[in-house]
Ligand binder design. Structure first.
Ligand SMILES: [Zn+2]
Length: 330
């Protein structure tokens, strides 16, 4: 238990993670079809600013700009030969910003989905997925990432491949799925299935959870299922700042800083240890989350009703009975 996140979690009740990468870089001028990871080479100053903004807003942990920097996804942009370089640069830019924060800040090496469907449903084999994650992980480690951060996955097979890659490079890792399809991932995984699956891994993650998906409200319903599973491993909640709306050709998220502050405190009161945001979560949201976590006293464990009262209605009826109907009874 010597990885920086385990050490930080041993010292404090919760860790504030960062917010959106994509939304923030689009705001800085990233073009729609341009791979964000290319900016590690062409616009390192803007990537550094993204990290600095998160640190200054109070994040204790932030993700590198390497979400889509695996061979398969980079190939779509004709960049498949640059996996090592773009991940290395992502980690180096992040490391430099963390090191000058003046307080402990963890660099989490982001690895998103490979972008292909895994066997047995698709043609991507476990071995090939491990190979691609491994290549990415190796460069993130070399560039100075403290831990690996596997996020927005939808299949447990892919999570297992990422876990294997983390083992091969000897790094602690965190894993998070996106439950964006009526309470399940697009591949049909329920929160309860994820809770069980992480414990069956040879090298379980330091923390596991949910990111992205629909809105902050749905994300906390997913968390309720994690809690109800009885798994005591630290939980991650990185919800979107509200729900996306298209306006003037741009995507805007309707979640206010106040809403995200409520979300952060609800997450804390549900027992979440790593609290952050995903799409639409900007520094002003993080700042409000940090302030609320520090100034509002812990409350009773929220019920599903108290979640919707503060954050809005759920977008669907939910995954199934593995939703935590018992959560309000304590
Ligand atoms: Zn997101």
């Amino acid at each position: 238990m010597t990885d920086p996140l385990s050490l930080m979690l041993a010292e404090r009740a919760h860790v504030l993670a960062d917010g959106a990468t994509g939304t923030a870089l689009l705001n800085m001028g990233l073009q729609d079809r341009e791979p964000a990871e290319l900016w590690n080479d062409t616009q390192p100053g803007k990537v550094a600013r993204l990290h600095r903004d998160a640190i200054e807003a109070g994040s204790d942990l932030f993700l590198t700009n390497s979400f889509g920097a695996n061979e398969s996804r980079l190939r779509l942009h004709g960049l498949s030969g640059r996996v090592r370089e773009l991940n290395l640069k992502a980690a180096q830019i992040a490391r430099a910003e963390a090191d000058r924060a003046g307080r402990p800040v963890i660099v989490a090496g982001s690895m998103g989905p490979i972008g292909e469907i895994m066997a047995p449903m698709g043609s991507l084999t476990h071995a090939r997925a491990v190979e691609m994650f491994h290549e990415q992980a190796e460069a993130l480690k070399e560039g100075g990432a403290d831990i690996l951060w596997v996020e927005t996955l939808s299949a447990l097979e892919e999570l297992r491949a990422a876990a294997e890659a983390a083992r091969l490079v000897g790094m602690a890792w965190c894993g998070s799925l996106s439950f964006d399809t009526a309470g399940r991932t697009i591949m049909g995984v329920t929160p309860g299935q994820l809770s069980s699956a992480v414990e069956a891994l040879r090298n379980p993650p330091v923390a596991y959870g949910a990111n992205c998906g629909i809105g902050a409200s749905d994300l906390l319903r997913t968390v309720a299922s994690f809690v109800a599973s009885g798994n005591e491993r630290p939980i991650i909640a990185k919800g979107n700042a509200g729900v996306p709306h298209l306006s003037c050709g741009n995507i805007h998220y309707d979640g206010t800083p106040e809403l995200m502050a409520d979300y952060a405190c609800l997450a804390r009161d549900m027992g979440v240890r790593v609290i952050g945001g995903c799409c639409g979560t900007m520094p002003e949201h993080l700042r409000a989350m940090r302030e609320a976590l520090e100034t509002r006293p812990p409350g009773p464990r929220p019920t599903l009703e108290s979640i919707t009262a503060l954050l809005g209605a759920f977008s669907s009826a939910g995954s199934d009975r593995d939703n935590a109907l018992t959560i309000g009874r304590r």
